[in-house]
Design a protein around this ligand. Structure first.
Ligand code: ZN
Length: 271
């Protein structure tokens, strides 16, 4: 029985942990007679980093999209990870094995706080992936469920596929100009909605993932199968925007649990 949720902030990202926590409190107060308390905690990596954590991050690095084996513990890489832990704004462009990072962080939970009466939800400033056995490659993820649950802020921008026009525009520009098109060009030329780095909608778009992490630890149920539900695991930006940023917030089943008074944009009550 989860009686407490600790939500760890990622201060260098656009994710507002206080806003996420207060939204989560509201949802849980509907779902539970005695809802778990929700507290906002400092950055997990600041609180629990130990001397050997940089090495563990180094060995969790994905080195090729098609190579299951991860990691390099070469001194230069470990140094880089040391610096990135101290100053996350210097980190970027590296993909980590989400399950390896989860194991590393799980091992650092304080003993008296490590059982499932506390749900630890860590907002992370790192891109995470999981290996796809079915297709032999790494897939970026927004969240990795479990204890602690990881929600990757860069994953929100990078994991779902962007609209087709985005890649066409990118290719066209590369052929004509030989480099990547500026962000404004992509945004103005491409039909369809997608989130970009530091998107102002970041916090709102993460709400369903944070709730999904707690939902999993309290019910054992992973993502919802219904497109458009906040608990849906979108593989495309367009379905992510639909699930997280458009009404109704939940599918009928999850609305009964988390938002029974939910209102559609037209003002009528949700079913
Ligand atoms: Zn649902």
């Amino acid at each position: 029985m989860v009686d407490r949720v600790r939500l760890y902030a990622a201060p260098t990202t656009q994710a507002d942990a206080d806003e996420l926590a207060s939204w989560l409190r509201e949802r849980l107060s509907v779902a539970f007679e005695e809802p778990p308390s929700v507290t906002v905690e400092e950055r997990f990596l600041d609180r629990y980093a130990t001397e050997d954590l940089p090495r563990e991050f180094a060995s969790a690095r994905v080195t090729s999209p098609y190579d299951r084996e991860t990691g390099s513990t070469m001194l230069g890489i470990v140094r880089y990870e040391e610096r990135a832990l101290e100053d996350p704004t210097r980190e970027g462009g590296v993909l980590y094995d989400g399950l390896a990072v989860q194991r590393a962080l799980n091992g650092r939970l304080p003993e008296n706080d490590a059982d499932l009466s506390t749900a630890h939800v860590v907002l992370l400033d790192r891109a995470l992936g999981t290996w796809g056995d079915h297709d032999g490659r790494w897939h970026k993820r927004v969240s990795v469920l479990g204890q602690p649950a990881l929600c990757s802020v860069p994953g929100l921008y990078e994991a779902p596929a962007k609209p087709e026009g985005y890649y066409k525009e990118q290719q066209k520009h590369a052929m004509l100009a030989g480099d990547a098109p500026p962000r404004e060009v992509l945004e103005n030329q491409v039909d369809g909605d997608f989130l970009i780095e530091d998107d102002p909608r970041t916090t709102d778009a993460l709400k369903g993932y944070v709730l999904g992490a707690v939902h999993y630890l309290t019910t054992g149920e992973a993502f919802c199968e219904t497109e458009g539900c906040r608990l849906y695991n979108a593989h495309y930006h367009e379905t992510l925007v639909e699930a997280q940023l458009r009404d109704p917030a939940f599918c009928p089943e999850h609305a009964r649990r988390y938002d029974p008074d939910g209102r559609r944009t037209d003002g009528s009550a949700a079913e």
